[in-house]
Unconditional design. Structure first.
Length: 126
């Protein structure tokens, strides 16, 4: 059975989609960018600021679904500039227990919604 997950503690979707869908114990979380959920403005002072806001948004959606970072099994990181990889990677790594990190890929793209430099989507299970 499909359950729609949305929370006001993460930004409203900028298109026709939901923040996450829970299906059969698997949570599919839509890509998160660095929108502040209250102002709906980008937190784009630096790639570090963007990445931290992305993780705040991810955490809010995970919490609404009663999941956490330990439940994540797969992530996809989209970057508009692969030169930002190391900075994003350092912040990313701080959210996962060493040895229990999810699988992932990191892809450079030509553009992201709202001029974002980083977007992260994921899959989590219980």
């Amino acid at each position: 059975m499909k359950k729609i997950i949305n929370t006001s503690n993460a930004p409203n979707p900028v298109g026709p989609y939901n923040q996450a869908i829970l299906f059969g114990g698997t949570l599919y979380l839509s890509g998160q960018i660095a929108l502040d959920p209250i102002s709906m403005k980008m937190r784009d002072e630096s790639i570090e600021t963007e990445t931290r806001q992305v993780f705040k948004n991810i955490k809010a959606v995970l919490k609404k679904a009663d999941y956490n970072f330990e439940n994540i099994i797969k992530t996809t990181i989209f970057l508009t500039n692969m030169d930002d990889f190391q900075k994003v990677n350092e912040i990313y790594g701080s959210y996962f227990e060493i040895g229990n990190e999810p699988t992932r890929e990191t892809v450079e793209v030509s553009g992201l919604p709202k001029g974002a430099r980083v977007e992260i989507s994921l899959i989590a299970i219980k």
